[in-house]
Ligand binder design. Structure first.
Ligand code: PNS
Length: 159
């Protein structure tokens, strides 16, 4: 049983995230989408809301489950019995940050591999922070996010 983690803050999940999760689910037996608490990022959506949106967006994928976490990624991976972390890699600007996290995670646990899936061109410049900004200013983000997220953003910013 090959189990992978796809970690992130998912504030909120975008179509780019969903592309990575879908492709990861084709490579391993089970994908655990690890939704990080990330308190320092002061997320727009609560951890429960973010995990719920990821659940709704991935409900058609039978080998994907969603688990929130607030510990070290390497510890959480061990707890879940995952031996690989799969992440998306977008434009070159992602590289430095991802390289740092991958190197440190590897130093903390050499048994945990990190693999990257390249974003397709349409998601190369898509991020949760840009989606939040567009939505907060009344822009239409329907083409960038799953339907449930579009609805949640409309609700969040209509208040
Ligand atoms: O979507 P994000 O915010 O870029 O994802 C970053 C995330 C959640 C993968 C990263 O912050 C993480 O792994 N957090 C868990 C705490 C941890 O292990 N920190 C040390 C990383 S070297």
């Amino acid at each position: 049983m090959k189990r992978a983690l796809t970690p992130g803050t998912f504030d909120p999940i975008t179509s780019g995230h969903l592309d990575v999760i879908t492709r990861a689910a084709q490579l391993v037996d089970e994908v655990v989408v690890a939704v990080a608490a990330s308190p320092k990022k002061q997320p727009l959506f609560s951890l429960e809301e973010r995990a719920d949106l990821v659940c709704q967006a991935t409900k058609h994928l039978s080998n994907v489950r969603v688990v929130p976490f607030d510990d070290l990624l390497v510890d959480f991976a061990e707890k879940m019995g995952a031996t690989v972390v799969i992440k998306g890699l977008r434009a070159i600007t992602d590289f430095e940050y991802e390289f740092q996290m991958t190197a440190l995670n590897y130093q903390l646990n050499q048994a945990l591999e990190t693999l990257f899936i390249m974003s397709p061109p349409q998601y190369m410049y898509l991020s949760s922070s840009i989606v939040r900004e567009i939505a907060s200013l009344g822009g239409d983000v329907a083409q960038f996010v799953p339907e449930c997220v579009n609805e949640a953003l409309l609700k969040k910013f209509s208040a």
